[in-house]
Write a protein that binds this ligand. Structure first.
Ligand SMILES: [Zn+2]
Length: 352
């Protein structure tokens, strides 16, 4: 059960995300942007609580136990996975269920992960919290690399090609006209491939956007594109109630137009404003999207059992939050079992 497994990971890695959450979760508008309806999952909460309790007491009891979470039978009885408690290890053969190789979660599963970061514009207007100069952007990337990080792409993530914990996936939202210079002058010279989340309504039609020709050229060079709505609307239940057609356009028309403009398959979606609802997730899957990024703290994992594929975590890079993000990356890089057990750290403490 992904939620339970993630709750477990969250329990042992709480210290990593001891960030001022309101600054990172709601970066664009002050009001809550999530529209989460209660997801009835009978027993899941109790099961998750039991897993966390068992796993944390195991971790607390013996540092050696961190080599495999399968040490605790409760941690292996994940819903939907026919794991054999206490018998399999991280390298075990697993059990075949419905054609999938299934085995208990291990520390290694949590180890192969990435932090997804979202930049917006590079206009040199410091009054905008989401804007940076090209020099500032370059310095940020260099600082991340200096911590030992690699820069896989969203495509790498989709194909499960994430190794180790020190990975940052660079995404850029909105297709601003300042993005091409950032790609040419900052990213490509460093060998970093971003993923461009664009909303087709403005591409090539407004003064503030890059053109469809530019997008197609970047994609032809191997820079993946993703969809970011059609008109950049909040794709929520209230939009669906007000205008089902606009709601569907944000998903289906967004994909079709982005594919036509980029001449590529569009498999990833980034929710404008991080706003989503259960209906949005369902329709994205129907439209053929393989994954969708929200705005919330957390890692994405190579092991798809650990990912909420239509509610993936991502952090918006803000001028006001950059220090905290870099501190988080430093804690994650320092990592190991000790680093993950940083739940005793005070919120915002970046002294590690
Ligand atoms: Zn946006």
């Amino acid at each position: 059960m992904r939620k339970a497994a993630l709750a477990l990971f969250g329990a042992v890695s709480f210290g990593l995300f001891a960030l001022p959450p309101n600054r990172l979760v709601f970066p664009i508008s002050p009001e809550p942007v999530y529209e989460r309806m209660a997801r009835p999952t009978p027993g899941a909460a109790a099961q998750a609580a039991a897993m966390v309790s068992a796993a944390t007491s195991t971790l607390a009891a013996s540092p050696a136990a961190t080599s495999t979470l399968a040490a605790s039978p409760a941690a292996t009885s994940t819903q939907g996975f026919a794991a054999s408690p206490g018998t399999s290890t991280a390298q075990g053969p697993g059990v075949l269920v419905a054609g999938l190789q299934v085995r208990p979660f291990s520390v290694d599963d949590f180890e192969n992960r990435a932090l997804v970061l979202a930049w917006h514009t590079f206009l040199g207007k410091p009054q905008f919290d989401t804007d940076f100069t090209l020099a500032e952007f370059a310095a940020q990337l260099d600082a991340i690399r200096a911590l030992g990080y690699s820069f896989p792409t969203v495509d790498d993530f989709l194909s499960g090609n994430i190794r180790g914990r020190k990975n940052v996936i660079v995404t850029i939202d909105d297709g601003n006209h300042s993005v091409p210079a950032a790609i040419r002058q900052v990213l490509l010279p460093r060998g970093i491939i971003p993923t461009l989340f664009v909303y087709p309504a403005v591409l090539g039609t407004t003064f503030f956007s890059m053109t469809d020709t530019q997008l197609a050229a970047f994609v032809a060079e191997g820079i993946p594109a993703g969809a970011h709505g059609y008109h950049h609307l909040r794709v929520t239940e209230s939009l669906y109630r007000e205008s089902p057609r606009e709601f569907m356009d944000e998903i289906f028309k967004s994909k079709a137009r982005a594919e036509a403009l980029s001449k590529s398959s569009i498999l990833a979606y980034a929710y404008p404003y991080g706003a989503l609802s259960p209906r949005t997730e369902v329709e994205l899957a129907k439209a053929g999207f393989a994954a969708a990024f929200a705005v919330r703290p957390g890692f994405v994992f190579a092991d798809k059992r650990l990912d909420e594929l239509y509610d993936l975590p991502r952090l918006v890079v803000l001028r006001s939050a950059w220090k905290d993000i870099l501190a988080l990356l430093a804690r994650n890089a320092a990592g190991g079992a000790d680093g993950d057990a940083g739940a005793d750290q005070a919120p915002g403490d970046s002294s590690r």
